[in-house]
Design a protein around this ligand. Structure first.
Ligand SMILES: *[C@@H]1O[C@H](CO)[C@@H](O)[C@H](O)[C@H]1NC(C)=O
Ligand SMILES: *[C@@H]1O[C@H](CO)[C@@H](O)[C@H](O)[C@H]1NC(C)=O
Ligand SMILES: *[C@@H]1O[C@H](CO)[C@@H](O)[C@H](O)[C@H]1NC(C)=O
Ligand SMILES: *[C@@H]1O[C@H](CO)[C@@H](O)[C@H](O)[C@H]1NC(C)=O
Length: 174
């Protein structure tokens, strides 16, 4: 092989290795830790069935991708959950659907939610969530449906949310 091409090739290999390392975000262990942190901020027994006897993909309300075992949906509606939202939910990077509709969740929406670039459905309506809608929600570029009604939110709807191209449905009521 021409030494010039060989050098280019070795650079390409090094580049690909670095790209792979930087794209790796901890994988399933990150999701596992995020779910444990999420559970730790639920103050009642609503998630007591989430225990180490089962893989987290088999926990109630959790759905995972078949191949990669990453959390794709977290749906816990009308479960009487009390407590607040952990910023660690922002680490569930494969999350498409997140619904905690009709529980007793308080506190603010963590701005880390803006890291969920695959999120399509966010349903947090019918809780006791307070504070403002985080501006970082406008980083969820795949968001299609946003429902935050019947909470204790204040402030205005962040401008960036109006720029979300895929957003087709939104309910926010103060
Ligand atoms: C994460 O994946 C690795 C490798 O596939 C596996 O050994 C480990 O048990 C998994 N951990 C969890 C919490 O699923
Ligand atoms: C784990 O949760 C299951 C229900 O999902 C329950 O039957 C089992 O007793 C629990 N195990 C422990 C050790 O708490
Ligand atoms: C997950 O999120 C928390 C809080 O947002 C952060 O401190 C932590 O470093 C993140 N990464 C992993 C791999 O858990
Ligand atoms: C929120 O967005 C700001 C910029 O708008 C950024 O600096 C910050 O890191 C973001 N935080 C998260 C957790 O995504």
């Amino acid at each position: 092989m021409n030494s010039h091409i060989a050098l280019l090739f070795s650079h390409l290999v090094i580049f690909l290795i670095f790209a792979a390392i930087s794209a790796y975000d901890g994988g399933n262990e990150t999701d596992y830790q995020a779910l444990l942190k999420f559970k730790s901020m639920i103050t009642n027994k609503g998630l007591s069935s989430w225990n180490a006897s089962f893989h987290f993909c088999d926990w109630s309300g959790v759905s995972c991708g078949k191949q990669n075992k990453r959390v794709t949906a977290l749906v816990l509606e009308s479960q009487g959950l009390e407590g607040s939202l952990s910023p660690y939910v922002g680490n569930l990077s494969f999350l498409h659907v997140f619904s905690l509709r009709n529980n007793n969740i308080q506190g603010m929406i963590p701005h880390e939610i803006g890291r969920l670039s695959r999120l399509r459905f966010l349903y947090l309506g019918y809780n006791k969530i307070s504070g403002v809608i985080p501006a970082n929600l406008s980083h969820c570029s795949n968001l299609k449906d946003l429902r935050l009604n019947n909470n204790n939110l204040v402030g205005s709807i962040p401008k960036g949310i109006g720029l979300l191209l895929k957003l087709t449905f939104m309910v926010v009521q103060y």
